[in-house]
Design a protein. Structure first.
Length: 77
């Protein structure tokens, strides 16, 4: 049940997940991509768009990113 590198082989183990709300078991699917690489493909465009939107707002206010870095952070409102 281990890979050649000695790590658990998920495809050989075939783990299951229990969903208590509907009282069902599900199998875990096949490999779909490397960690973080898939997320970057899915979410990077949204992050760039959000940054560009905040940058445009700074320009409307007559501010520059260098004196307004806090405004550019996602947590600011």
């Amino acid at each position: 049940m281990l890979t050649d590198e000695g790590t658990p082989d998920i495809e050989k183990i075939r783990p299951i997940v229990f969903s208590p709300e509907v009282r069902k078991y599900h199998t875990i699917g096949k490999f779909i991509g490397k960690a973080f690489e898939v997320g970057m493909i899915l979410f990077a465009p949204q992050a760039i768009l959000g940054f560009m939107t905040r940058l445009a707002k700074l320009q409307e206010l007559g501010l520059t990113p260098s004196n307004s870095l806090q405004f550019l952070t996602p947590d600011s409102s």
